[in-house]
Design a protein. Structure first.
Length: 572
């Protein structure tokens, strides 16, 4: 009896029966045999492009994944989707494309899979938004799927120390402050990024790579090896083989991505000192499964989770170091033993998380990952906030911060460029709370990251001497007292849009509050006088995004989600 019943798979619509002779003729044209056409079709998608080093090793790994599919009785069909790489898009209007690209990636994968009736999916991603984008597509389509990270970049070396692209962003601030000359800035930029791979710190790409293992969509250890390691091709081969086993057993992403699995993922974001963007992407992935898991749910998990990983930007080490110290399984093992994870969650191995970790022994000699009973801090590296300035929540990364409270007068800017100009020209003072608004999902549009601005502040030595709040986002590389995702956003009349210079703002990451010293009556008076702003986009993809995008609290999603579905693609 054959392992796969083609008559029950989506690809039957393009391969089975006399009426599909025209369709099969196309496959013959590409060199497929009758035997190939009779097998399950597996979409192998990578986010390969030449935009940045994050993505240039992905096509190589896709070939290995295809080999794994073939060896286990499938017919791989390779395709690529877009990536907008944040390091290139940062600090200018291009960043408006970044978050939008996450949903376009998910949509484009859905369209490719639907249009060609593929039966399963292997997805290989490199840069920040491509990781959640592919995971969202997998959960949305609900065909058997395996995710794989393309790997991080090796650390650069400058003045006998490891450096990352963050050091270059912060050097721009040092240069502007007269603390670094042209020659040293040039030398640093030439050595910070030595080859292929995504940013090496615990920024958004590595955070979501850790999530992929914790949530169960990726094979153990696959998130860790740097892009240039040839061992990564072996993980790709195994990922291709694994998806065929899932297809055989009919194990689907929504069997894996449960409420418990999402909680596990949030634990790992907090324990690793991960990116604040985790609080945006986890609700979006949950949405694809029809599960309500908003920023407050994520923050509740963060609050109960110890911070364990000494990783940049708050710590010393990079992703390569974590991999060599035992990788994500080492972190998961101590969290599981400490009672912070649900061990009974199913994963793409066909086993539970606890079964995957059964033989992992925590290495007490390595210095990157602390044991759960001896954390860096007792609560997570990322904290949720709420208050009269953020009724729909906000998020701050506290990993590496020395102080968790800040009170100061507002200095209000209506776009990032104006704030960056003021910072670059040092037109601000110690104690200020810089407010960057109209940068939310609708207002931006696109919810830009602010790494250029926050890095310039840090480079000028003012990292914890001022605070910055925004309805936009921060890069996972951001450090300092920087609060993002403030909701409701200014563009829909949120309180951040009502602020004026001099309003006293209080941030308290210990208590989880973000407030402004204004009465409800004064806020109501200002709200009555507030008028919407024209964002300047009246056509194209950014206009289209504004029409459908929801609030950051729910993941800035652009469609009603699985809770409203009347059918699932996998069941066609």
């Amino acid at each position: 009896m054959p392992r796969f019943d083609k008559t029950k798979l989506p690809s039957r619509h393009v391969t089975v029966g006399p009426e599909r002779a025209p369709h099969r003729s196309y496959y013959y044209a590409m060199g497929l045999t009758e035997e190939d056409i009779a097998k399950p079709f597996v979409g192998v998608v990578s986010c390969w492009n030449e935009a940045a080093p994050c993505n240039i090793a992905l096509m190589r790994q896709a070939q290995a994944a295809k080999k794994g599919v073939k060896e286990e009785g499938g017919t791989p069909r390779e395709f690529c989707t877009i990536t907008v790489t944040d390091g290139i898009a940062m600090g200018h209007q291009g960043m408006k494309s970044s978050l939008v690209s996450r949903d376009v990636i998910a949509d484009s994968c859905e369209l490719t899979m639907r249009g060609h009736c593929y039966d399963a999916m292997v997805g290989i991603a490199g840069c920040d938004k491509s990781l959640p984008g592919l995971m969202m597509a997998m959960v949305r389509l609900n065909v058997p799927s395996v995710f794989m990270y393309g790997g991080s970049i090796m650390p650069g070396r400058h003045k006998n120390r490891d450096v990352t692209v963050l050091d270059v962003f912060e050097a721009v601030g040092q240069h502007a402050a007269g603390k670094m000359g042209d020659d040293e800035l040039h030398e640093l930029e030439c050595h910070a990024c030595p080859g292929a791979g995504a940013c090496g710190g615990q920024f958004t790409a590595n955070t979501m790579a850790c999530v992929s293992e914790a949530i169960g969509l990726a094979l153990p250890y696959s998130a860790g090896a740097p892009a240039e390691y040839t061992s990564r091709d072996e993980y790709a081969l195994k990922s291709g083989a694994a998806v065929m086993k899932l297809l055989e057993k009919n194990i689907r992403p929504r069997d894996i991505v449960t409420r418990k699995a999402l909680e596990n993922a949030a634990v790992v974001v907090a324990a690793s000192g991960g990116s604040t963007n985790g609080a945006l992407h986890l609700p979006a992935i949950a949405h694809e499964a029809g599960i309500t898991f908003d920023i407050f749910d994520v923050a509740e998990i963060f609050k109960k989770t110890p911070y364990l990983c000494d990783l940049k930007p708050g710590g010393q080490y990079v992703a390569k170091d974590m991999f060599e110290a035992g990788g994500v399984p080492m972190l998961l093992k101590t969290l599981l033993d400490g009672g912070y994870l649900h061990g009974d969650c199913l994963t793409v191995t066909g086993k539970t998380l606890a079964e995957n970790l059964k033989d992992v022994v925590f290495d007490t000699k390595q210095k990157v990952i602390r044991p759960a009973n001896n954390p860096i801090t007792k609560t997570g590296g990322v904290v949720g906030l709420s208050g009269n300035l953020a009724p729909d929540g906000a998020i701050v990364k506290v990993a590496g911060l020395h102080h968790l409270q800040f009170t100061g007068p507002a200095r209000v800017f209506d776009c990032e460029e104006d704030c960056f100009k003021a910072v670059n020209e040092r037109q601000y003072k110690e104690g200020d709370v810089l407010v960057v608004r109209y940068e939310g999902p609708k207002g931006g549009p696109g919810m830009r990251e602010m790494l250029s601005t926050t890095s310039a502040i840090y480079g000028q030595g003012m990292g914890e001497k001022v605070a910055l709040i925004t309805d936009g986002r921060f890069s996972g590389a951001t450090r300092g007292f920087c609060v993002g995702h403030v909701g409701p956003e200014a563009a829909v009349g949120g309180p951040i849009g009502l602020l004026q210079d001099g309003d006293m703002i209080t941030l308290d990451a210990a208590a989880g509050t973000l407030s402004v010293g204004l009465s409800d009556e004064e806020l109501a008076r200002r709200r009555a006088a507030w008028k919407p702003r024209d964002n300047g986009y009246s056509s194209g993809v950014l206009w289209k995004y504004v029409q459908t995008v929801g609030p950051a609290r729910n993941g800035a999603v652009t469609h009603p989600g699985a809770a409203q579905e009347s059918h699932v693609y996998a069941d066609i």
